[in-house]
Design a protein around this ligand. Structure first.
Ligand code: ADP
Ligand code: MG
Length: 612
């Protein structure tokens, strides 16, 4: 066979936008795995150490390279996959820029061993800083073995920029999963620090999904399959019961390349409408195949977004295909999720409150938490606990001298002023619509949003939780296990120390599984699995334009989840405790995400309203 690699002419090289190919170990993994797939390998092994920072090795049994090709492959714009700019529009292989190996050779110490089936001996190359240090014949198996050591050894700034090992490993696992998912007829294995994480035998797509995402899915996937002249859609969608609070398990592949598309995701979500609870995410692995000319090829293969020539058609097809698949498999008229206890609980949270439920709920420990929470702050016995708030907001205070204008200012002043413990009767607070608390102030009244208020209270409580002052844990009598995909497992491991401070005691339990040994003492048990899933989801995807630390996201997620929901009837004691706790906060007027916790109505304004 002739040598096959050519240098791209400069003009094409310039047409192809240059960019950072290797940003982190995960990007190198992606490029190397794709090269192995393109080389026609049927077995691909990925070996990493220190989350790819010290070692990334990919061994394949693909077609290998000739001596000259091996040398050439590390030149920038060296590729066997494209000869002409038009090729870009018909490309079916994974990589096509001829930049990956050159980039890798520029930022790591690389060793290459490769041999074609037809050659008696292979070739061994050692490259550092893009310079070939060593080249010699070698006895080696058919195929290619690329070893990258010490990524960014020559760019300390980049190396320092890398995230924790856990975070980088998560990227690696994500990239590995995407490639392995798209090629179930290729054997893949992943070994991290000497331990095999994945061993994926060749098989059907369904088998591959189950290998990657857990055995429990076996009977819970429905096949999606629609063929048309324009495009084909195949793959699997999870039955409604598999919907989770975390959106991790959603995969789109276009012509076998993983893509991210909020637009197409929306199409799938639409197909699940009314089948799954709001804010839960269905699982799907969908392959769309269409003429490459119908895709606006992005010349940056590192980017995962693509543009379709006709987006609307693709959207309609995806939605119809998933809907169709779900309809065919929902044999019983009652939806599966009625039977699933975890989703039942979920429903219970969001459903309108009935009297029975109301009684059950107000007896639950979550409400007692208000009181307990407050007690933790109180200086003296319970009789003192009304002090902060009652100073100004209750009727007794009306006689006080001129008060600052804003209610919030009132409270700030009160908090900073020395306390005068006015002995007063409990003032009545009223609940409206089971959502708001009306409290009389010296200048009018305020409407407190019970959920927002509680969210603020919990937020500050969690923020202050530390090793010396953790939230009390209550052991679970019936510990629940959470089974995750490897990427989420790594993330949860990272969060577990902070979670413990906030009352969630998790212990690793075998591969990618955790046991919830304890939950916050003042939180009703039974929802912990869902809480953990939601946290994972929010830590991964929360964004409002600002960058928050994982801990901050965790705290916000927990506060929002544990906050008492609208529609919950509160007793006098609970309302008092909540209002007191709120105005004990450092920043009582808004939630962590900036929503108001209360609105004040002053007399002047009320007078105006009544046109007096
Ligand atoms: P691209 O994949 O875009 O062509 P790369 O820099 O990733 O660019 O690779 C350059 C060339 O090296 C490829 O076109 C291919 O011919 C060859 N090559 C890279 N990896 C392998 C491999 N694992 N087996 C066989 N050939 C390979
Ligand atoms: Mg490539």
């Amino acid at each position: 066979m002739a040598d096959i690699i050519q240098l791209l002419p400069d003009n094409i090289a310039n047409q192809i936008a240059a960019g950072e190919v290797i940003q982190r170990p995960g990007s190198a993994v992606k490029e190397l795995l794709e090269n192995a797939v393109d080389a026609g390998a049927t077995e691909i092994q990925l070996i990493v150490a220190e989350s790819g920072k010290s070692l990334i090795q990919v061994i394949d049994n693909g077609r290998g390279m000739s001596d000259l090709d091996a040398r050439m492959s590390f030149e920038r714009h060296a590729t066997s996959k494209i000869r002409d700019i038009n090729d870009l529009f018909h490309i079916r292989t994974m990589g096509f820029r001829g930049e990956a190996l050159a980039s890798i050779a520029a930022v790591a110490q690389v060793e290459l061993k490769t041999k074609r089936r037809e050659d008696a001996a292979g070739i061994y190359l050692e490259i550092e800083n893009s310079v070939v240090k060593k080249q010699e014949p070698v006895a080696t198996a058919d195929g290619t073995c690329i070893t990258m050591k010490n990524l960014f050894f020559n760019i300390p700034a980049r190396r320092n920029f890398l995230k924790s090992n856990a975070a980088e490993l998560r990227h690696i696992i994500d990239e590995f999963t995407r490639v392995a998912m798209a090629f179930p007829d290729i054997f893949f294995s992943l070994t991290c620090n000497g331990q095999q994480v994945y061993h994926l035998e060749r098989g059907s797509l369904k088998q591959r999904i189950v290998q990657l995402m857990g055995n429990s899915l076996n009977a819970r996937l429905v096949a999606v399959s629609e063929q048309t002249d324009y495009l084909n859609i195949t793959g699997f969608a999870g039955k409604p019961e598999t919907a989770k609070k975390t959106r991790g398990e959603q995969y789109f592949f276009v012509n076998n390349r993983f893509i991210k598309s909020a637009y197409l995701n929306h199409a799938v979500m639409n197909a699940y409408q009314d089948l799954i609870p709001a804010d839960s995410f269905p699982l799907y692995v969908l392959f769309i195949e269409l003429d490459p000319a119908q895709i606006d090829v992005n010349v940056h293969p590192t980017k995962q977004e693509i543009k379709f020539e006709d987006e609307k058609i693709v959207y309609a097809f995806v939605q119809a295909a998933v809907k169709h698949a779900l309809a065919q498999f929902s044999i019983t008229p009652t939806l599966d999720f009625d039977l699933d206890p975890s989703i039942q609980q979920l429903e219970a949270v969001s459903q309108p409150v009935t009297d029975t439920r109301r009684t059950a709920v107000s007896a639950s420990p979550i409400y007692q938490s208000f009181t307990r929470k407050f007690q933790a702050h109180a200086i003296g016995p319970e009789t003192n606990s009304g002090a902060y708030f009652s100073q100004e907001s209750y009727p007794g205070m009306k006689a006080m001298p001129e008060q600052p204008e804003a209610i919030t200012d009132n409270f700030r002043n009160v908090l900073s002023a020395p306390l005068e413990l006015a002995q007063q009767a409990q003032h009545q607070l009223a609940q409206v619509l089971n959502t708001y608390i009306v409290a009389e102030t010296n200048k009018g009244f305020m409407l407190i949003h019970q959920q927002h208020a509680h969210e603020r209270v919990l937020y500050e409580r969690y923020q202050q939780a530390s090793r010396l002052k953790p939230v009390a844990v209550q052991r679970n009598l019936f510990p629940v296990t959470v089974e995750l995909n490897p990427a989420d497992a790594v993330l949860l491991q990272e969060l577990s120390a902070d979670l413990l401070l906030m009352g969630y005691h998790l212990e690793p339990f075998g591969k990618d599984t955790f046991v919830i040994q304890g939950t916050p003492a003042d939180i009703e048990q039974g929802h912990e699995k869902q809480v953990i899933e939601t946290i994972l989801e929010q830590v991964k995807h929360f964004s409002n334009g600002v960058t928050l630390s994982k801990r901050e996201k965790l705290i916000r997620s927990l506060a929002a989840q544990h906050a008492i929901k609208p529609g919950t009837s509160l007793g006098q004691k609970e309302m008092t405790a909540l209002v007191e706790a709120l105005f004990n906060c450092m920043q009582p007027n808004v939630t962590a995400s900036g929503q108001p916790t209360f609105i004040s109505f002053k007399q002047d304004y009320l007078t105006q309203l009544f046109k007096r």
